[in-house]
Design a protein around this ligand. Sequence first.
Ligand code: FAD
Length: 551
Amino acid sequence: MSKKFIIVGGVAGGATTAARLRRLNEDAEIILIERGADISFANCGLPYYIGGVIENRENLLAMTPSRFKNIFNIDVRTLSEVTKVDAKNKKVFIKNSDSTYEENFDALVLSPGAKPLRPPIPGIDSKNIFTLRNVPDADEIKKIAGKFSDGKAVVIGGGFVGIETAENLRERGLEVTLVEAVPHILAPFDDDIVAILEKEISSHGINLILNDGVKNFSELDDKNLKITLSSGKEISANFVILSIGVRPDTEFLKDSGIELGERGHILVDEYMQTSAKNIFAVGDSVMTFDSLTGNKTSLALAGLANRQGRLVADNISGKNKKYRGVIGSSILKVFDLTAAATGKNEKILQREGKIFGEDYKFAITYPTSHATYYPGAESFVLKTIFSAKDGKILGAQAVGKNSVDKTIDLVASVLHFGGTIQDLQELELTYAPPFSSAKAPINMAGYVAENIFENLSEPILPKDLKNKIESGAMIIDLRSPKLFEKSHIEGAINIPAEKLRANLDKLDKNREIILTCKTGLNGYFMEQMLRGKGFKVKTLAGGNAYKNFVI
Ligand code: FAD
């Protein structure tokens, strides 16, 4: 007899699972149940649809129910909600506009995703406060953004979706305020890196309010809202986008017999099977594990939902594949910049340091996207974090115009395979002047990291400069007088790198010396020379370029 598989949720995780199940089981009965009207739509494209970058709504719909039926012979039931699961008796209860009925199954896959948080803040039920999860939500936001095309929008929450939405509303010409409750936006990035992005957002005319949460909303009339912040500050808007995080959409599983975590995540084992046999779960609603620490974690990212969906379909089809966990890789566009991160940042390591039981170090490099002599080369900042014990890569973050995605994807690959800073150096990569450098950014990061790992170089960060100056350090700027005159760190003296050897008598062996140059490279060369001559010396990580970028 042919098997019967039911999948709950028809977007990233659910649609992938269904299609793979069909490819491996031509004779099975496969039913895909989706609460909304669409399946397999591009949630990730929604902010760009609101902004008009994606012009055609149809382009958001990667697959329609009828195409899914025709290509994969999958019984797609949209506008149908699974209201209850009976794990013991292998049954689901489905509600549509006409009736409620049951279906039994041989295997069930849950991919209900996560829904936007809407905490009980006074006034939150105003009709002009929106959240963004699916195409109808985007339609509504696009409509109101059109209605108030020269009006004011307030976006609450500086995560990925909040920032992408704020940017797109701003690009449409609205006056936009972005409110973030904690001191900095975008948790995957450290403060020094995120400072660059905050500067970019402000420079494009978004009013960025940090470290201030919402106390209440009040509707002044049907076109105007007042938002009062914890600090007492009041801001006004024609409409608000609430983007303060998500929680698993799993209420329907409450009495199912399937084990859920504290915050409602579906708990799964390494085969992505829930506590109930033959019931699997994937995507934003599951709690999986961190492949570096082994800790339980949940991450709402499309790539993970897709990977997990394929693995579950394989396992239902008898393949017995183990999930390897998540490292956390993400990317976004922030106006003219790209920002990407993978693995652990300093904030996380300081919090979870004890779990690793070891210290970390990091290298800041300021490479260019391709050979500087070939037109169009752009610099970007790369922060590579590694174990101080064995040089194992722990994470990386990058911000800039070009090559950011490629570089962080490479670090993510090395991280995935448990690689070290030495592996970064040894990666054999493609090179020609229009594309990269003979020493690719990632190779350079490996070299610099090794120097730091072996204590050949001791970089300091721009944020530590003030303390260093106050404690009497001498700042030497190694750039040309022309560049020095344009801008320099207050109190710095200018000795170009090529003249430093001839001017050693101007330096004091009892004073700490901080070297700065264009991007950190000359600083490193001269640091070695001065160390060899007995001076106490450190280099400003990334030189003036990085400092100016960050501060
Ligand atoms: P979803 O894609 O949310 O699908 C779950 C579906 O299940 C929903 O359609 C829901 O209606 C349905 N459902 C829920 N409960 C039931 C029920 N009881 N019965 C029937 N149907 C049900 N990720 C990235 O990696 N990169 C990005 O750039 C990115 N951008 C994003 C932008 C936006 C605006 C949003 C909202 C998300 C973005 N994401 C991004 C996250 C990504 O979309 C999710 O990680 C991914 O869609 C998760 O897939 P999923 O199958 O778990 O859940």
